[in-house]
Write a protein that binds this ligand. Structure first.
Ligand code: HEC
Ligand code: HEC
Length: 360
């Protein structure tokens, strides 16, 4: 069985992303003309008739099941939870990507096992196979390259390949499992392949919104449908679109100025995160970030690369102001948030949830 999502499959699955530059272009056109499809720009009060036909939707439902090779997935799952991946054996991938926190950690910025902080918020690990770039600055374009970068990063796992391979080889269970699945056994490439294959298997289908997209219009309340129409007509969908409702383009964070104290300006420790500029050193990439996926977003507070927005309401308020130059009423924010809450899916047949605040 093929262990990678073929690129063609992803392209096919998202008619909005036939080539890499197209969504950016569409987004720009969208922002200029203020919504390309008259049905999407319809007033909130307008009845459903004709406004929501499946063919017109800028968002596609997630596939119902992962097609990844289960033996590789199982190996990757073990690696994902294995502290031997970090040099001092203090952290595994699960240290920051919790399955009961929407695949993230519930913290403003990530925290290492020793309590020290990283500079950015942990993005969800769910549905990462549908993103086109990884990390807030889009530093890598494949999950394999991302995993290697992260494992060697002295700030995170601080691993060294020869040491890590020796460690895993010394565990007979790993050595034989790798031998059984990969012709070359345990190598750097097979470790990265197993981790990436597992990550691609972390799909969360069956959100209420996906049922709606598949034609069961009645699963969304009137309020949620109004929220979705606002999401389209106000232009959120120009950036958050495709199968992952984001994850496929870069945009400046803060297109419109907003004061006082914008959540996007500066970090809590006073430093400035220049985002994509750190990767490209190109001036126009200053403050540019990868547009994040909004799937399961109700479970992954706090928000933004710096974790500066504590609630979904405040994230939506900031987005409208700084990305669209609009001030939303609290009713509009509430409607959009009610739509965003329909994006929570299931993992292995179980609805994703977070524990109630008092038990955290
Ligand atoms: C100490 C916390 C921490 C640990 C441990 C950790 N991560 Fe992350 N992860 C993060 C943070 C923070 C980011 C965002 C980094 C950035 O944007 O610069 C991230 C980003 C990612 C992304 C990119 C997601 C996206 O959509 O952009 C993937 C994939 C990922 N991590 C997988 C892993 C894997 C695999 C491991 C284990 C080998 C791991 N992480 C261990 C905190 C952590
Ligand atoms: C011009 C592109 C653009 C538009 C339009 C836009 N967004 Fe965003 N959105 C982004 C970017 C870029 C980020 C990441 C910002 C950061 O933290 O660096 C983001 C982040 C978010 C987040 C936080 C996600 C997380 O996991 O932290 C939410 C929620 C969100 N957007 C919702 C919306 C809503 C609702 C609208 C419409 C009112 C909207 N966005 C309009 C580009 C856009």
């Amino acid at each position: 069985m093929n262990s990678r999502i073929p690129v063609d499959h992803r392209v096919e699955a998202s008619p909005w992303r036939p080539v890499r530059w197209l969504p950016g272009l569409l987004g720009a056109i969208w922002l200029i003309v203020g919504g390309a499809n008259p049905a999407w720009s319809a007033p909130v009060s307008e009845t459903e008739a004709g406004a929501d036909t499946a063919m017109q939707e800028p968002i596609a439902p997630l596939p119902l099941a992962s097609t990844e090779d289960p033996t590789k997935v199982a190996l990757g799952e073990r690696l994902f939870g294995d502290v031997r991946l970090s040099r001092d054996r203090s952290m595994s991938c699960l240290t920051c990507h919790h399955f009961d926190r929407g695949g993230a950690d519930g913290l403003p910025v990530a925290r290492r096992a020793d309590g020290s902080l990283l500079s950015r918020n942990t993005p969800t690990i769910f549905n990462v196979g549908f993103n086109y770039f990884y990390n807030w600055d889009g530093s890598t374009e494949t999950l394999e390259a991302h995993a290697e970068r992260l494992m060697l990063n002295p700030e995170v796992m601080d691993a060294d390949w020869s040491e890590l391979l020796e460690r895993l080889q010394a565990d007979p269970a790993y050595a034989s499992a790798f031998k059984a699945v990969y012709p070359d056994g345990l190598t750097k490439a097979s470790v990265l392949d197993a981790v990436a294959t597992y990550e691609r298997s972390l799909v969360t289908p069956n959100s209420r919104f996906d049922h709606y997209l598949r034609g069961r219009r009645e699963v969304l309340t009137e309020e949620e449908r109004r929220g979705y129409r606002l999401f389209k007509s106000y232009g959120c969908v120009a950036c958050h679109q495709g199968m992952n409702i984001g994850g496929n383009m870069f945009q400046k964070f803060g297109i419109f100025p907003y004061s006082p104290a914008p959540a996007h300006a500066g970090e809590s420790d006073g430093r400035v995160d220049f985002g994509r500029f750190l990767i490209t050193q190109v001036e126009r990439d200053r403050h540019v970030f990868r547009v994040p996926s909004l799937r399961n977003v109700a479970l992954t507070a706090p928000y933004f690369h710096n974790g500066r927005a504590a609630t979904l309401e405040s994230a939506v308020d900031t987005m409208a102001r700084v990305q669209l130059g609009k001030t939303l009423t609290s009713e509009e924010i509430g409607l959009i948030v009610s739509f965003l809450r329909t994006l929570t899916g299931e993992y292995q047949g179980q609805p994703l949830t977070t524990p109630p605040p008092e038990s955290r």
